[in-house]
Structure formats: structure tokens, C-alpha cells
Design a protein around this ligand. Sequence first.
Ligand code: NAP
Length: 287
Amino acid sequence: MMMTGKTQNLGVMGWPVAHSLSPVLQQAAIAAAGLDYAYIALPVRPEDLPAAVAGLRALQFRGWNVTIPHKQAIMAELDEIDEAARAIGAVNTVVNDDGRLKGYNTDCTGCIMGLTAQGFDVRGKRAVLLGGGGAARAIIYGLLTHSAAQVTVGARNAAKIAPLATDFAAYGTVVTMDWQSANFTQALGDADLLINATPLGMVPHVDAMPPVDWAQVKQDAFVYDIIYTPAETLFLRTAREHGHRTLNGELMLAGQGAAALRLWTGVEPDLAVMQQALHQALAGAGV
Ligand code: NAP
């Protein structure tokens, strides 16, 4: 669609931002839905964040995505923070309603959209998460608010992830442990869903993967890696070779974008269009 004086503005704020796939994702969905919006990359140095937010408010941007390194720092610049973003402790989407800025987190929605699109219903399921960083927090929130029975988080440093249990206690049961412990091996045996939320296996370190005793994992357990470069990590390949259903991180990325576009426009975007645009962009980048 041609841009006119009425076209509303959107973008993604990060530093650096040139690598962001959001412009490709969002423009594909905007074009497919025939929406009158423009979506651009917004390079913002950390020290310029308050000025950039004031500028986007002054320019009446309808909203924007927020990526590294601003996901936490932006919270202080907003008028309101949605419950999910508050619980997760990070904002990846801002909506501007007549100058009032509200922060959301759609990574948690994206994670669940990925599973749902594969026909996996998290209700009543036991999940085991490898890694307890920022992405894990969004996944924990998404799983518990979609009625997962329990989330066990394993990581190399159990003390560091221990606060997750209390941080999410209002939403359900989170158990944290050292991923080398006997307890973790037992948790693996109970898991219906196993998720890698570490960067282990991501380009260029494609030979790495988190420690999993595959002999313990139930045959019908669903295995999910939120990494999308490469499309099949060593972790996912190993899971597939053990006969598990698998899913990579493309749908989570497309899903967080779809949820953001829905917040800005009120229109339900075509997730498949977004995933395809993403897939093509990744293939074009040779990853
Ligand atoms: P993060 O906050 O840095 O957390 C990473 C987690 O992995 C931490 O628990 C960390 O443990 C652990 N970890 C990192 N390096 C490790 C190593 N060498 N050995 C063992 N454990 C290690 O990162 P994040 O933001 O959560 O992102 C994690 C991954 O998810 C990244 O690959 C990112 O690209 C991907 N992601 C994908 C999507 C999507 O839409 N598909 C969205 C967000 C993130 P320590 O604290 O001990 O270092």
C-alpha cells in the first residue's frame, strides 16, 4: 500500500537494530492485511532512550517494538505497564494511545502461539525449561497463565535462577534446580514439554547444546527450541533423532510480532505470512 498523509507509524527500537527481523515480519503482515501503517528500524543508543521515547510520542507514533538493550530500561519511560510485562520484568511492545504510553510483553504470547500452531495444548502439562534468563521468564509466564501444571527450570547456576519460584508464585508452581542434579533427571522423566531457553546451539556455536539425558525423556514429550538460527539446532536434531515432535523459535518470533501488531491495529495478522517472511529472510541471510 502506498504511504499517504494518513499512514500511521510503527517501528522497532534497539541498539544495534540493523539485524532485526521485525521490519520484514511486520511489513509482510501489514501488506497482507492491507493496513495503512509503516514500520521502520529505530536505532537508539542506550543514553538516548528518554529522548527517543519523547520523540516518538511527539511524532505520534502508534507504537513500537523494543529490543536489546532497552527491554528493561524503557519501563521507566512509560505511563503504564501491562501485568504480563510487569511480571516478566521486560517490555517488548509499546502502544501509544493519544500520548499515553503503555508497555506490553508479547514474547509470552508468541511462545504459546508457536505451540498452539503445532497442536500442542499446554493445559495441565508439565514443562521443563533449560535456562532461566529473560526469554525463560516470558515462557514461564505464558505457560502458567495458559494453565500448565508446573514449570521446572534447570540451569548451570541454580542459585541465580532460584528467585523465579517466588517471582511467579502468583501464577503457579515453578521449581528451580541445577541441571546436573539427580532431581533434574527425575523432572526430565515427568516432562510433557522440554524447552531450550539458553543460547546454546545458536549460530556460530552450533555444536553446543544444553545437557539432557535423552534416555529419561518420555517418548511423547514435545521438544521446543526458541533459537531460530540455525533452523534446526543440535538440541532439536538430537530430539528428532530420538523420535520426538519438535519446534524451532521461528513461530515464537512471528507470534510475538503478530501479537504486537494486533495491539496496535486491532486486526488479527496472518501468522503464516509472518512466519514465511521470516523464514525467507533467514534463508536469504544464509543461516
Ligand atoms: P539470557 O537472558 O542471557 O539467558 C540465557 C540463559 O541461558 C541463562 O539461564 C544463562 O545462564 C544460560 N546460558 C547462557 N550461556 C550459557 C552457557 N554457555 N552454558 C550454560 N548456560 C548458559 O538470554 P535470553 O534473552 O533469555 O535468550 C536466550 C535465547 O533465546 C537466545 O538464544 C535468544 O536468541 C533466544 N530467544 C528467542 C526468541 C524467539 O522469539 N524465538 C525470543 C527471545 C530469545 P547464566 O545466567 O548462568 O549465564
